[in-house]
Design a protein around this ligand. Structure first.
Ligand code: ADP
Ligand code: MG
Length: 325
């Protein structure tokens, strides 16, 4: 079972940034307004994420480390309407199978926090001090699976991937304050604010102010689609060729259909700016999109992909055509 769970864990936890992603998503799902991330040696030695969210009740702490234990969906029907970032109930269990994990949490009902260790076979709960919220400490990733550890890149490269995950999530949750530390130093700090301030904080003020705002909606009530965010013009794009952020219902995705729709609009209106900068937020009924395609959930599948493609293509085309009129 240990071997099988380590192999399965590889799918979800392929490198430190994948751990950061899962822990941040859990903190977001818990309603946190403040999230602190501490990394050591690019996350390989240590990844500690603490939040001020709802916490985990003591009788749920052991369960949280168990595979397929999720508090987020109760039935297949819920799967159709999932609104949380997590729902598979496998991230914490996977991480605990390839690293030393300590989970500490306190709900508002508890007079103090409780702690549990992933590698403790009896899963004993220990009382400890701690404020409301959850702290997950992940030590020595892949210490017991040297083959995987060998595939990790340099500390700086792994740190870079982790920092990018923090940016991705921070760009979708401007109301949450994030602090990122690496080897004892604060490397990024994003104050809670609105989306355009968050863009200023992450992309730089001069740059984000050159972007065109997007705010479009189509359809009625339950069929409603909306696309908001910012897109870059070619001149600005040239300075930051690496920034394409697309979110579907608050979840960062990298999807061929969406990417194609945006690029096609740029090509048709501006004739060939191949790597436009964009930060786009698509919202639609959860039942119109399947987020259960990939373990790391970066790919999605739409029920009506043609309609989605057209909506995005026309929205972006219209905005790009405007300054030229
Ligand atoms: P999933 O997010 O898919 O439900 P995880 O393995 O990531 O699965 O987490 C298991 C469960 O542990 C979650 O369903 C949630 O109940 C609880 N949990 C994990 N992290 C947190 C957190 N930071 N705050 C509150 N609850 C948490
Ligand atoms: Mg999760």
């Amino acid at each position: 079972d240990t071997l099988i769970s380590q192999i399965a864990a590889g799918e979800v936890v392929e490198r430190p940034s994948a751990v950061v992603k899962e822990l941040l998503e859990n903190a977001v799902d818990a309603g946190a307004t403040q999230i602190d991330i501490r990394l050591e040696n690019g996350g390989i030695k240590r990844i500690a994420v603490s939040d001020n969210g709802c916490g985990i009740a003591p009788d749920q702490l052991q369960l949280a480390l168990t595979r397929h234990a999720t508090s987020k969906i109760a039935s297949l029907n819920d799967l159709e309407n999932v609104s949380t970032l997590g729902f598979r109930g496998e991230a914490l269990a996977s991480i605990a199978s390839v690293a030393e994990v300590t989970l500490q949490s306190r709900t508002s009902e508890q007079p103090h926090a409780w702690q549990i260790r992933g590698n403790d076979p009896s899963k004993t709960l220990t009382p400890c001090s701690g404020v409301k919220g959850t702290a997950v400490d992940v030590h020595e990733l892949y210490a017991n699976t040297p083959a995987r550890r060998k595939f990790l890149k340099s500390e700086q490269t792994e740190y870079g991937h982790c920092a990018e995950i923090v940016r991705r999530i921070a760009l979708a949750r401007p109301g949450i304050r994030f602090t990122l530390m690496h080897n004892g130093k604060v490397t990024a700090q994003y104050q809670a604010d609105n989306l355009s301030q968050r863009c200023n904080q992450i992309l730089g003020e001069a740059f984000s102010q050159s972007l065109l705002p997007v705010d479009l909606a189509a359809g009625e009530d339950s069929d409603r689609l909306s696309l908001t965010g910012f897109i870059g013009l070619p001149t600005a794009s040239r300075t930051r060729g690496d920034m394409q952020y697309f979110y579907v219902n608050g979840r960062f995705v990298r999807d061929r259909l969406l990417t194609h729709a945006v690029r096609a609009a740029y090509e048709d209106v501006l004739h060939g700016n191949r790597y436009p900068v964009y930060l786009l937020y698509l919202k639609l009924e959860p039942s119109r999109v399947d987020v259960n395609v990939h373990p790391a959930k970066i790919e999605v599948r739409f029920r009506d992909s043609r309609a989605i493609h057209q909506f995005i293509y026309h929205s972006i085309s219209r905005i790009l055509a405007r300054p030229m009129e």
